[in-house]
Design a protein around this ligand. Structure first.
Ligand code: CP
Ligand code: NVA
Length: 303
């Protein structure tokens, strides 16, 4: 059966762990100039129905380093934008390429693509989840600290796709996740419901951030929510991660943001540029984590 990566739950905790170890190894190999080309003569299709800088570049560079090629497909210049069904697109791409990345609005659309694809489909972000980012974030935490198990992560801001993927990670890996959102901007209940009681929700960021080992935030208006921007800016007042808020977390707490960031809104410039911030390490780690993911999925789906 074809393995896909639509949410973090498509991997077991053990697989995630070994994938992160492999990402560290691949990062070392690249730094030392070791040539490794498991994608020679293979192509990666990349459908982007939303903007991207990091996801597009990291997958494209991963394919280049691996000796393969990446093909960028946008709705504007493909038939996806003219109503060709996802199911037909999936079958065509699978007949010529070895894996497909899709960034889209509704999560159902990437599920639909995977359902009809005989090659691995990777969710490059949907309205519900952003699992590739989580692989990079977990990798970044492990590079800076010994373990992520049993730590406390504080999510400050919108209960969005990134928040949902952090909830998945909390359940899979086993760490506490305190989510602070304004009233009405909570994450989807079924995604954060957790029998172990490790995930807690609240509306007071200063309370939820207390004693956190890691503080994470994201934009207050995700792609597709441009029309709500004004309303959201008001609703999220008091949720800016500034140094005073960071001071409520542990002294050695790290700060993460998947980027793009809007300074002065969800985070102040001094925090994102400060010593606790690891945001550019996170961004770089997209490349290494996704290489490990591609290698894993392609191996699982030989030939
Ligand atoms: N963090 C992230 O996914 O960035 P892009 O939107 O630039 O791909
Ligand atoms: N929540 C953001 C993440 C961007 C990488 C969005 O969906 O736009």
């Amino acid at each position: 059966m074809t393995r896909h990566f639509l949410t973090l739950n498509d991997l077991s905790a053990i697989e995630i762990r070994s994938l992160l170890d492999r990402a560290i190894e691949l990062k070392r190999m690249l730094a030392e100039g070791e040539i490794y080309e498991p994608m020679r003569n293979r192509a990666l299709a990349m459908i982007f129905e939303k903007s991207s800088t990091r996801t597009r570049v990291s997958f494209e560079v991963a394919a280049i380093h691996f000796g393969g090629t990446a093909i960028f497909i946008s709705p504007n210049d493909s038939h996806l934008g003219r109503g060709e069904p996802v199911a037909d697109t999936a079958r065509v791409l699978a007949s010529m390429t070895s894996a497909v990345v899709m960034r889209t609005h509704s999560h159902e659309r990437v599920v639909d693509l995977a359902r009809h694809s005989s090659v691995p489909v990777i969710n490059g972000l949907s309205d519900l989840f952003h699992p590739c980012q989580l692989l990079a974030d977990l990798l970044t935490y492990l590079e800076n600290r010994d373990t992520i198990e049993d730590i406390k992560v504080a999510w400050i801001g919108d209960g969005n796709n990134m928040c949902h993927s952090w909830a998945n990670a909390s359940k899979l890996i086993g760490f506490d996740l305190a989510i602070a959102t304004p009233d009405g901007y909570e994450p989807q209940t079924d995604i954060v419901t957790d029998n172990s009681g490790r995930i807690i929700l609240g509306n007071d960021p200063l309370e939820m951030i207390k004693d956190a080992d890691l503080v994470v935030t994201d934009t207050w208006a995700s792609m597709g929510q441009e029309e709500e921007k004004q309303q959201r800016m008001q609703a999220f007042s008091g949720f800016t991660v500034d140094q005073n808020m960071m001071n409520q977390a542990k002294d050695n707490a790290l700060f993460m943001h998947c980027l793009p960031a809007y300074r002065g809104y969800e985070v102040t410039a001094d925090v994102i540029e400060g010593p606790q911030s690891v945001v550019f390490q996170q961004a770089e780690n997209r490349l290494h984590a996704q290489k490990a993911l591609l290698e894993f999925l392609l191996k699982e789906n030989l030939p």
